[in-house]
Design a protein. Structure first.
Length: 563
């Protein structure tokens, strides 16, 4: 059990205690411990009571709970709370905009015990009548519920990728070495609802018979058939589908199940659509299919009907950005604001990843909830950067900040402070309930600020959790192009923002893109990979990627932008 899993259990315990009106001091104590454990580097699972009590922020009571989790895998206090709480209530606690107190009001006064009942009560205006709610809160709940319920069967690509690759490895050993991932995982879609495979077979019934014996899969006979096996991965209960075909048609089937609908509808150089080609002709490999129409193999993640033909016909597929092309990392946080690791630790981790430069950009002062930096602490951090420049000659550290875009579009500091940074990531974190006109103008005002270097997560979306505020993407991109502002692809699996579907227009306008991990701890730097995945979907090449440039070019550009 990881520290994050321990913290999640404690935070849920605190929420349920608050729901049941237990001692508020005890609730806050458990909450604070959960927050502290999220930032604790020492692995707590399995430590003895005396060892745990030595850790910062962990008293005797919390230490005893962790020992219980280590020994039994459960927390008796939490299990008792769950027994006294309808199962759907726990799900309601995850809804943004309502905390335990409001959930309790909904439960006790309207007998609401699940999302479906809450949505129905909102639609009949019952929720708005409750004390502490009102029509605005009710409308927000409706929007969040409709979004979350629509996404309920989906998973983040970042949560599924490793599991899918491991499942492929097992199936290659147990079914066929030729079995291959396809579907949304192979296309690197940002959210996934199923892990799909294609397997060549000479005896479909025999292959299905073997699949039915695998301990790590469970079959759904009602959804399975002669040419498709359907079931789930047992551990996480994620749907799995396996398409069966012959070796002669393997390439055709793999192609059809690894391409987006728009790519399939594109006309190939033969004059026929790719779908027609794959359906009427048997190809043993995808390479043979593309060779048939005199094209190089287009990577599956790029097959979306946007820029792939342009890249393929201009021999630019080899220039697509890769993980190996990344030379540095911008938009990173440290313990100066809400990060888990120190500035020095984050810089050293970038060195370990082989990066030549590291841009620190902790939160600005308006982000009080994230321990944002006031002017005094900015000076202190910049002095530390100067010192680390001497003690860590193997990496260049750029002085930056993630400056909040305020409600009027201005940045969070006076010009005399802004000019002390090497770069500034401008992002919106507050007052997210905006219409398109307001959000677009707010962003454009920030983009036009001469100190803005990068536009951070432009829509503020959290995949599967929160829809982004609406913006006119073309106007935003045009403003970035006109003001020489870099557009961020925020690589955090929850964000992946700007959406890859809009990057092509940005590239056509000559914008520079930076893939930024928004890392709040050392392991968060590895999220860069997920940003690269969606950047490849967008057709981003390494020359168009700011943090794929060598240090000298990055330094020169930042210096020029500053002037």
């Amino acid at each position: 059990m990881t520290n994050q899993e321990i913290a999640d259990i404690l935070l849920l315990t605190a929420s349920l205690m608050e729901l049941h009106d237990e001692n508020s001091f005890k609730v806050r104590s458990i909450q604070n411990a959960g927050f502290q454990i999220e930032k604790t580097e020492v692995a707590l699972f399995g430590l003895s009571l005396p060892e745990l009590e030595k850790q910062d922020g962990i008293g005797k009571s919390i230490a005893a709970k962790i020992v219980e989790l280590s020994q039994t895998g459960k927390l008796t206090e939490l299990e008792t709370l769950k027994l006294n709480t309808p199962e759907g209530i726990v799900e309601l606690l995850d809804i943004k905009g309502i905390g335990p107190k409001k959930v309790k009001t909904l439960w006790k006064e309207l007998n609401i015990t699940c999302k479906e009942e809450l949505l129905e009560s909102c639609k009949t205006n019952a929720v708005a009548q409750l004390k502490g709610f009102g029509e605005k809160t009710q409308e927000n709940i409706i929007q969040v519920l409709q979004f979350v319920m629509k996404q309920s069967d989906k998973h983040l690509y970042g949560d599924i990728e490793a599991l899918a690759f491991e499942l492929e490895r097992k199936l290659k050993a147990d079914i066929s070495p030729q079995i291959q991932l396809c579907g949304d995982v192979r296309r690197m879609m940002e959210t996934i609802d199923c892990i799909s495979f294609v397997v060549p077979s000479t005896d479909f019934a025999e292959t299905v018979s073997v699949l039915q014996t695998l301990s790590y899969l469970s079959e759904d006979p009602a959804k399975s058939g002669l040419y498709r096996w359907r079931g789930a991965e047992r551990l996480k209960n994620i749907p799995v589908e396996i398409y069966l075909t012959t070796a002669e048609k393997f390439g055709s089937e793999l192609f059809k199940h690894s391409s987006g609908e728009k790519h399939l509808r594109l006309k190939s150089p033969s004059g026929k659509t790719f779908l027609h080609l794959a359906t009427t002709t048997a190809f043993a490999t995808e390479a043979a299919l593309y060779e048939h129409v005199n094209l190089p193999v287009i990577p599956s993640e790029l097959r979306e009907g946007y820029r792939e033909m342009q890249l393929a016909t201009n021999n630019l597929l080899s220039e697509l950005i890769t993980d190996a092309d990344i030379k540095g990392s911008f938009h990173n946080h440290s313990t100066y604001s809400d990060g888990k690791h120190t500035l020095e630790e984050m810089a050293k981790e970038c060195m370990a990843l082989g990066y030549a430069y590291f841009g620190i950009s902790d939160h600005s002062k308006s982000a009080f909830y994230a321990n944002g930096l006031d002017e005094t602490r900015i000076a202190r951090q910049q002095a530390e950067v100067d010192a680390l420049t001497i003690s860590l000659p193997g990496i260049k550290i750029f002085k930056g900040v993630e400056s909040d875009i305020l409600n009027d579009g201005s940045l969070d500091y006076a010009d005399e402070v802004l000019k002390t940074f090497d770069f500034i990531v401008a992002s919106i974190h507050s007052n997210l309930k905006m219409n398109e006109e307001k959000a677009t103008q707010r962003l454009i005002t920030a983009i036009e600020n001469p100190y803005t270097t990068m536009l951070g997560h432009p829509t503020g979306r959290l995949l599967l959790k929160r829809e982004g505020y609406p913006i006119d993407h073309k106007k935003i991109i045009d403003a970035c192009a006109a003001n020489n502002v870099i557009i961020e692809i925020n690589a955090h699996p929850w964000r992946l923002d700007m959406d890859w579907r809009h990057i092509g227009y940005a590239l056509d306008k000559g914008c520079i893109i930076s893939i930024n991990p928004d890392a709040h701890e050392k392991i968060g730097l590895q999220d860069m990979h997920f940003g690269v995945c969606v950047a490849r979907k967008a057709g981003l090449c390494k020359e168009q990627t700011f943090n794929a440039w060598p240090l000298e070019k990055v330094s020169s550009w930042l210096a020029s932008k500053g002037k």
